[in-house]
Design a protein around this ligand. Structure first.
Ligand code: ARG
Length: 459
């Protein structure tokens, strides 16, 4: 047991209590951030006249030595320390002696851990941002390559109207663009430095908090010391944004699974992204998509845990807040893994364009267009809807599509139909006539693709 606070105690901590309280098993993840924060802190202490230049240099050398030795494996982070802060401080004192005892001047573990967690999540948020950008770039390629790939659009998972694969992918593009903008918002809002808040009420030393913030690339210092040590909003916001990313990936995975099914065969997942069955030799399963869909629950769980943990905590720091870490680390690893694998999966999947188009040709996806044809010939829409309903019923009875019907058959249901009905309800016409902003027509989608191109170039 190695603790920073033995002075006022007459008894050793019970071993079970010690284990229950200790956080080194998980907070060792941010040893780099802890050392970076300490270097900024002592730099500021020296600039503010609280430490001498000599003391500062000795401490910084010691801290860099610890960092190098941990990175090279020479120094192992041992669980005989309570947390990563104690580990670094104890090692510093071992290494450089008395000057090491000055590191914690004007600092509490409360503002220290608030800083470490913020630095760590800020770094990870940027990594997730990079992965979302890679996915967005992949979606952009898929859109560019598929403006003429027709497929059915669905509502209620029933064929509705024809769209293109570019248009369908374009829907996910919008979702991930919003995810990216949420990440940017969160970054801006969280980017204020809590170090210098002390335990809860600031310190009596003349700390230059502006300088500390600058040294650590923050926009500035936080403005209330009690909030600084007990704010976990940025974690909640980040987990909420991650939960939304996972929800998007999960919906997309569900579609991949459907498209890859024997019934649909719209796509074929690459062998490298599929798995087999131990008993059924014919199987090629979409396990990656299923796992992404499944892991969504973990990230939702993390969000709901931290919201629950925070709801009853009085100001300022309370130990409950130590519970923010494991679930956040798990959610970060999950979202990073899922984004990377998902991007690889869609990059390597093969499209079965002929099957998509064939599927769009049947199922009466052109029924709305047949009704629009009648409207363009003066029939009120509600009547046109009824007439096409009769056509569909007739076709179902005769097992044919609207394009298979003869003009005589059309005329037997409504005399308004002429020979140009066939062009009006061809698959190509159904898609290409839809050219308002956001619609699947080629002209409309190409406009969106060029907007996305500018957007991607600006990232
Ligand atoms: N391990 C603690 C945490 O993660 C560090 C802060 C400890 N502060 C304290 N007053 N016990 O929250």
């Amino acid at each position: 047991m190695a603790q920073l606070w033995g002075g006022r105690f007459t008894k050793e901590t019970d071993q079970l209590v010690y284990n229950f309280n200790a956080s080194i098993s998980f907070d060792q993840k941010f040893y780099k951030q802890d050392i970076r924060g300490s270097i900024a802190h002592v730099t500021m202490l020296a600039a503010s006249g609280i430490l001498t230049e000599d003391e500062k240099n000795k401490i910084i050398d010691g801290l860099n030595g610890i960092l190098n030795d941990v990175e090279s494996g020479k120094l192992e982070i041992s669980d005989k320390y309570e947390d990563i802060h104690s580990f670094v401080e104890a090692n510093l004192i071992d290494r450089i002696g008395d000057e090491g005892k000055k590191l914690h001047t004007g600092r509490s573990r409360n503002d220290q851990v608030a800083l470490d967690m913020k630095l760590y999540t800020r770094d990870e948020l940027l990594e997730v941002k990079g992965l979302v950008i890679s996915l967005i770039k992949e979606l952009h390629q898929l859109m560019k390559a598929n403006v003429d790939t027709y497929m059915p659009g669905f509502t209620h998972l029933q064929k509705a109207q024809p769209v293109t694969f570019a248009h369908h992918i374009g829907a996910y593009m919008e979702m991930f663009k919003r995810d990216l903008s949420r990440i940017n918002d969160i970054f801006e809002r969280m980017n204020y430095c809590p170090l210098g808040a002390g335990a809860l009420a600031g310190t009596t030393y003349p700390l230059d908090r502006e300088l500390t913030a600058k040294l650590l690339d923050f926009n500035g210092p936080t403005l209330n010391s009690m909030d600084s040590v007990s704010d976990r909003d940025y974690i909640i916001e980040m987990l909420s944004a991650f939960a939304t990313i996972m929800m998007h990936l999960s919906r997309f995975s569900e579609e991949i699974i459907i498209w890859n099914s024997n019934e649909y065969q719209f796509i074929e997942l690459d062998d490298a992204y599929s798995t087999g069955s131990s008993i059924m030799p014919q199987k090629k399963n979409p396990d990656i998509a299923e796992l992404v869909r499944g892991k969504t629950g973990r990230v939702y769980g993390a969000l709901s845990s931290i919201l629950t943990t925070m709801k009853g905590i009085p100001l300022a720091y309370n130990k409950d807040m130590q519970e923010d870490k494991e679930l956040t680390f798990d959610a970060i690893d999950t979202v990073k893994g899922c984004l990377a694998l998902f991007t690889g999966m869609i990059k390597t999947m093969k499209l079965n364009k002929a099957n998509m188009e064939k599927s769009a040709m049947n199922g009466f996806t052109n029924a709305t267009d047949a009704a629009d044809y009648l409207v363009n010939h003066g029939v009120p829409f509600r009547d046109a809807h009824g007439i096409v309903g009769q056509l569909v019923l007739y076709c179902i009875e005769k097992d044919k599509s609207l394009l298979d019907m003869s003009l005589d058959e059309y005329k037997s249901i409504s005399p308004v139909f002429e020979n140009d009905i066939y062009d009006a309800i061809s698959l190509k016409a159904c898609v290409e006539k839809r050219n308002t902003i956001g619609a699947p027509g080629k002209e409309a989608i190409e406009k969106v693709i060029s907007i996305n191109e500018d957007y991607i170039n600006s990232l």
